[in-house]
Design a protein around this ligand. Structure first.
Ligand code: BES
Ligand code: MN
Ligand code: ZN
Length: 509
């Protein structure tokens, strides 16, 4: 996939499809929109005809295709939904709908009429960014195991036209940045979609190393021997059931772009497969647990984007990776494990393994790097999905500024997050009779928040934000149809756009 800016009018660019947008029309609205009138001459009044017949209504997801009589390709009119609710997210979705609608239909090049999408309150730059997100993410497919492919749009032109010509410089700057981010989300999805037989902890370590080599990041990998020396009893316990794929703690360091920037640690849960272990999960949807590494893979993506875009802060990525399997060597309910920061965990449910791995990953990040801020991403609890649905991540934050910064980044990127409260009630619930904390409680209440209360034990006084991405990390055949068109089946790469935006804007916060 590639995208470029062009100063011409959209219809002057040679392209298989030209994409324009139209707002949803009111019941009594009959006047032909100015934006469509522009293109109508080229298609000899076909658009006006379709409009008069009420074939074009501008509803979300609606696509009208008209073929140019001159034989020079197709014109696509995509619905933007109601004008009153128009936002960059409308553009992101519409652009994705457009490229998806021509998948497997012989279109390789597409040109977007930027002025049709850059409408109040969405600036030219914001519209260009949203188009990039929509086309890069909407046309993404995981093709590694497919012997045939339908074929997607691969070459996108964003046509400025006369109206937006004066904003060229800022639009170009935003576009270039967004291409790097969206391209990184695709890269992240490619790794997160790998099944557990391939994406072992060791393989994730290899990915981190080759990324480090490519971008000049320092990468350190701790294997099971090293982890034992270090006292990482949590990650070792979780990984102990796997006889084929031992655990790894992976650390990536990006030095930072600002002279006296802050240090932000980004920590991810990397369970390459979560069977539940001895507290084994039921069979339905078990295959989805290959996506339980999504937090750690998002960390990899965030480090990639941070380094490519030279974000101001120094960024430390920590990936806690293990496979959670039942076997004769597994950790068990009743076990007590000692973690890197010295605290002990009473294991009551081996399926609450993410927090156990994170205990070492967070403890290590804090003790080793003294970060100003720590952000963790984890497919941690089914409870987060019950509370917020599968499009929104739960946010728990100990620091107002950090929370605000992430919420602003969420609004800018369209990756939804929602802040939840963490109180002494939850802290009380995770206290253990035999150790310091227990990894599961006897009542199924506030599951996302008791998990957060548990994690809090391992971040000390560091400004901390926890993102429970169990819902938005992946989509399935059943949930896919409710998601925006830029979220394809499988891994979404959730968190990469959000946290990269946060890191880019960090000095402003
Ligand atoms: N990886 C799961 C959480 C999850 C569930 C992610 C569904 C995505 C979809 C996690 O390790 C887990 O099993 N959590 C348990 C915790 C419980 C045992 C305290 C859960 O949510 O049921
Ligand atoms: Mn689990
Ligand atoms: Zn898990």
């Amino acid at each position: 996939m590639k995208a470029a800016l062009d100063r011409r009018e959209a219809t002057a660019v040679a392209s298989d499809v030209v994409v324009t947008g139209v707002f949803e029309r009111g019941d009594k609205e009959t006047s032909f929109p100015h934006a469509l009138a522009k293109d109508d001459a080229l298609v000899k009044g076909l658009l006006k005809g379709a409009w008069d017949r009420k074939e074009i209504r501008g509803k979300r997801r609606e696509i009208t295709t008209v073929h140019r009589p001159d034989g020079k390709g197709r014109l696509l009119v995509v619905g933007l939904g109601p004008r009153a609710r128009f936002s960059a997210e409308s553009v992101r979705r519409a652009a994705a709908e457009a490229v998806k609608s021509v998948r497997g239909k012989g279109a390789r090049t597409a040109t977007f009429r930027l002025s049709a999408f850059a409408q109040e309150p969405v600036s030219g730059e914001a519209a260009a960014r949203a188009i990039v997100d929509g086309v890069y993410l909407g046309s993404y497919e995981f093709l590694r195991y497919k012997s045939t492919a339908d074929g997607n749009v691969e070459d996108v032109t964003i046509a400025l036209g006369e109206e937006l010509g004066r904003q060229e410089t800022e639009i170009r700057r935003g576009l270039d940045e967004q291409i790097t981010i969206a391209e990184t989300v695709r890269w992240t999805r490619d790794i997160a979609n790998l099944p557990a037989d391939t994406a072992s902890p060791a393989r994730l370590a290899e990915e981190a190393k080759s990324l480090g080599k490519e971008l000049g990041l320092k990468v350190t990998v701790f294997d099971e021997t090293k982890l034992a020396e270090m006292g990482c009893g949590g990650i070792l316990a979780v990984g102990s059931g796997s006889n084929s794929h031992p655990p790894r703690l992976i650390v990536l360091e990006y030095a930072g772009g600002a002279r006296r920037g802050k240090t932000v640690a980004v920590v991810g849960k990397g369970i390459t497969f979560d069977s539940g272990g001895i507290s084994i999960k039921p069979a339905p949807h078990l295959a989805d647990m290959k996506f339980d590494k999504s937090g750690a893979v998002a960390v990899l993506g965030i480090l990639r984007a941070a380094a490519l875009l030279r974000v101001p802060p120094r960024v430390i990525g920590v990936m806690g990776c293990a496979e959670n399997m039942p076997s004769g060597t597994s950790y068990r309910p009743g076990d007590v494990v000692r973690t890197y920061n010295g605290k002990t965990i009473e294991i009551l449910n081996t399926d609450a393994e993410g927090r156990v791995v994170l205990s070492d990953a967070l403890g290590y990040a804090v003790a080793q790097y003294h970060p100003d801020e720590i952000i963790d991403l984890a497919t941690l609890t089914g409870a987060a999905t019950v509370a917020l649905g599968d499009d929104t991540a739960g946010l728990v934050a100990s620091d107002e500024k950090l929370a605000r910064g992430l919420l602003e980044a969420s609004a800018a990127t369209g990756e939804p997050i929602w802040r939840m409260p963490l109180t002494d009630y939850h802290r009380e619930l995770v206290k253990s009779d035999v150790g310091d904390v227990r990894n599961s409680i006897e009542i199924p209440l506030a599951g996302m928040l008791t998990a957060s209360a548990f994690l809090e034990n391992f971040v000390g006084s560091t400004a901390w934000a926890h993102l429970d991405i169990a819902g938005p990390a992946y989509t399935t055949i059943t949930t896919r149809k409710y998601q925006p068109a830029y979220q394809n089946m499988g891994a979404t790469g959730f968190g990469v756009r959000l946290v990269t935006r946060y890191l880019l804007d960090a000095p402003k916060a």
